[in-house]
Design a protein around this ligand. Structure first.
Ligand SMILES: Cc1cc2nc3c(=O)[nH]c(=O)nc-3n(C[C@H](O)[C@H](O)[C@H](O)COP(=O)(O)OP(=O)(O)OC[C@H]3O[C@@H](n4cnc5c(N)ncnc54)[C@H](O)[C@@H]3O)c2cc1C
Ligand SMILES: *[C@@H]1O[C@H](CO)[C@@H](O)[C@H](O)[C@H]1NC(C)=O
Ligand SMILES: *[C@@H]1O[C@H](CO)[C@@H](O)[C@H](O)[C@H]1NC(C)=O
Ligand SMILES: *[C@@H]1O[C@H](CO)[C@@H](O)[C@H](O)[C@H]1NC(C)=O
Ligand SMILES: *[C@@H]1O[C@H](CO)[C@@H](O)[C@H](O)[C@H]1NC(C)=O
Ligand SMILES: *[C@@H]1O[C@H](CO)[C@@H](O)[C@H](O)[C@H]1NC(C)=O
Ligand SMILES: *[C@@H]1O[C@H](CO)[C@@H](O)[C@H](O)[C@H]1NC(C)=O
Ligand SMILES: *[C@@H]1O[C@H](CO)[C@@H](O)[C@H](O)[C@H]1NC(C)=O
Length: 483
């Protein structure tokens, strides 16, 4: 191991840089990797074993090869060799990142899935996970330990990837943002060094990690503060569907949570068009991290609006998240999307975007299915962390709007993107925010760094980027300088 590291140093010091055409990726990286590391060029038959299709086939990176390393030292050497040879790369885990900047990437996929360790230290209330851990990997162990961390809703999404943008989910109201429970990361930086970033070690880097993390290196592992699990790990799910014609009353009900929502409660308001019935429809789902009696009055208010279907269940957290992964873990479909943060609900605007979405579905009867979801997560706890603590700026978002286009014909890619942007513009006009508040992990990609990290934070972020990653090796999916 020592010999290999020294070898890299000698090779780099001597300016030993192979022109890309003369060196296979195996020749270039292989000698400096631990024995279990797998390497393949995209032209080789075994490449597909290292890189599976991403969640979406929309705007995907053009991989020239893949490396699946085993150790932190491998990650360090990959960064050093790639930099010396001007080879670009992207480290990937869950493969759920999407947006137009991904389509501009060409280079090597660094498959992080070997870094799959999950360690719970109950005595110190800490969770330590590796870069390859998916959200679904921590749910059962945490449940068994009676502990909790904030995390996203979908099992197959990368836990660190989601956290580096902020980390939101149905538990946000009760457990806070992922970044607010993050204690430290071990980060492979552009120099190939392995540094610890925390509130006390490189605190400014840690500020930038918490919201723009993918721009500063490869997080090899992350340590989270554990909280006690609430309500014995049980969650109430109340699910209602309504005919689209009930839009006004359902949207008014959703709006009634603008001023107050209990921290234990979150809402998902889905608008879509059913091909089966040829009608517009609305789905309103409640998740409550508490006893049924606490949420019953809220459920009754939905039931009073005359749902087409209704169901109430009390689920353990593992059972709940297992039910939520349905469909969202399917990979390899053409799906584009967009997002916006809202500070208030405007019922006429929701009606207008619903009408626009339904009209687009009707106009494209065989090639398109689109849906939007409005996620209402309580932000009282989120607002308790001062805004200067993290580069993630949008603690004032009450609703995360997430739009998804499932388009079966390539000809619909541009019209569907235009639909997304048109709906987004309507929502922005009544969002309650003068400038767009965009959650970077849901971004379409054209919003730009000020919308992802705020105009106020950009100068400091740009300085830190120039300091830690001057050659812009990292963060190509949502670059500090835009794409
Ligand atoms: C179906 C679906 C559901 C989602 N649900 C939620 C949700 O509930 N809450 C939420 O907050 N987000 C959610 N997201 C968004 C998700 O947080 C982002 O897409 C996230 O970037 C995905 O990480 P990944 O590892 O799965 O994806 P990848 O495509 O593998 O990686 C995405 C980005 O993160 C970077 N990255 C990943 N791991 C590391 C690492 N260890 N170090 C440095 N950079 C890294 C990659 O380089 C890339 O830039 C969802 C996305 C989808 C598609
Ligand atoms: C893929 O095939 C190439 C060429 O045969 C070989 O050099 C490389 O080690 C293989 N990689 C893996 C991961 O099997
Ligand atoms: C990483 O490799 C494993 C198998 O080797 C594969 O299952 C996984 O999907 C790969 N990850 C990505 C993001 O392609
Ligand atoms: C992907 O990159 C290769 C090598 O640079 C190039 O030949 C190919 O045309 C690219 N493919 C796409 C779809 O851009
Ligand atoms: C590095 O690669 C990029 C794109 O692949 C290219 O534009 C640039 O000229 C290269 N730089 C050097 C020094 O070779
Ligand atoms: C919204 O409700 C009104 C009144 O019932 C109805 O006319 C309209 O079609 C509904 N919108 C959608 C998209 O279903
Ligand atoms: C809920 O659904 C059941 C059937 O599953 C039905 O009997 C009941 O009336 C419904 N309740 C409401 C409030 O719609
Ligand atoms: C999409 O919007 C752009 C910019 O407004 C426009 O130039 C283009 O024609 C639109 N495309 C479609 C298919 O509507």
């Amino acid at each position: 191991m020592v010999g290999k590291l020294a070898g890299v140093a000698v090779a780099l010091a001597a300016g030993f840089v192979l022109p890309a055409y003369a060196a296979s990726i195996e020749t270039l990286f292989g000698p400096y990797m631990s024995p279990g590391t797998e390497i393949a060029a995209s032209t080789e038959a075994n490449f597909s074993g290292l890189v599976t299709p991403r969640w979406t086939t929309w705007e995907t990176p053009n991989w020239t090869g893949a490396i699946k390393p085993e150790t932190e030292a491998d990650l360090q050497n990959i960064v050093k060799i790639a930099k010396a040879n001007n080879i670009s790369f992207l480290a990937t885990n869950g493969g759920h990142g999407a947006g137009i900047c991904y389509g501009t990437i060409s280079g090597i996929d660094i498959n992080l899935s070997n870094f799959n360790s999950v360690s719970i230290d109950v005595a110190n209330n800490e969770l330590t996970i590796g870069a390859g851990v998916k959200i679904g990997d921590i749910i059962q162990p945490l449940y068994d330990a009676g502990k909790a961390v904030p995390h996203g809703n979908t099992d197959c999404v990368g836990m660190i990837g989601a956290t580096l943008g902020a980390g939101i989910g149905i538990g946000t109201g009760i457990y806070g943002l992922g970044i607010d429970s993050l204690k430290s990361v071990r980060l492979v930086t552009a120099s190939g060094d392995l540094v610890t970033a925390s509130r006390t070690s490189h605190p400014e880097l840690f500020w930038a990690i918490r919201g723009a993390g993918a721009n500063f290196g490869i997080v090899a592992s992350a340590k989270f503060q554990l909280q006690d699990q609430v309500n014995n790990g049980n969650v109430v799910r109340g699910a209602y569907t309504f005919p689209g014609s009930a839009n006004r009353s359902v949207f008014e009900l959703y709006k009634s949570f603008d001023d107050f929502i209990p921290p234990e409660l979150s809402l998902q308001l889905g608008i879509s068009y059913s091909r089966a019935t040829g009608t517009s429809q609305i789905a309103l789902t409640y998740f409550y991290f508490g006893p049924l009696s606490g949420v019953q009055p809220y459920l009754d208010a939905a039931a009073a609006l005359g749902p087409t279907t209704n169901s109430t269940s009390i689920l353990t957290q593992p059972a709940l998240y297992n039910s939520l992964q349905n469909g969202e873990c399917t990979i390899g479909s053409p799906i584009s999307g967009g997002t916006l943060g809202l500070g208030k609900t405007d019922v006429p605007t929701l009606q207008a975007v619903f009408a626009e979405l339904v009209a687009f579905n009707v106009a494209n009867p065989t090639t398109y299915v689109g849906q939007s979801v409005f996620q209402r997560y309580d932000n009282k706890l989120t607002l308790q962390t001062p805004s200067y603590e993290t580069v993630y700026p949008w603690r004032d978002i009450k609703t995360f709007w997430l739009h998804l286009n499932f388009y079966l014909s390539p000809a619909l890619e541009e019209p569907a993107a235009n639909l997304t942007k048109s709906m987004r513009a309507k929502l922005q006009a009544t969002s309650g925010f003068a400038t767009p508040h965009v959650y970077v992990n849901y971004a379409y990609g054209d919003e730009g760094p000020a919308a992802w990290w705020s105009l106020k934070n950009l100068p400091k972020l740009v300085v830190l980027k120039a300091l830690w990653d001057p050659k812009k090796l990292f963060g190509k999916a949502n670059p500090v300088s835009g794409c």
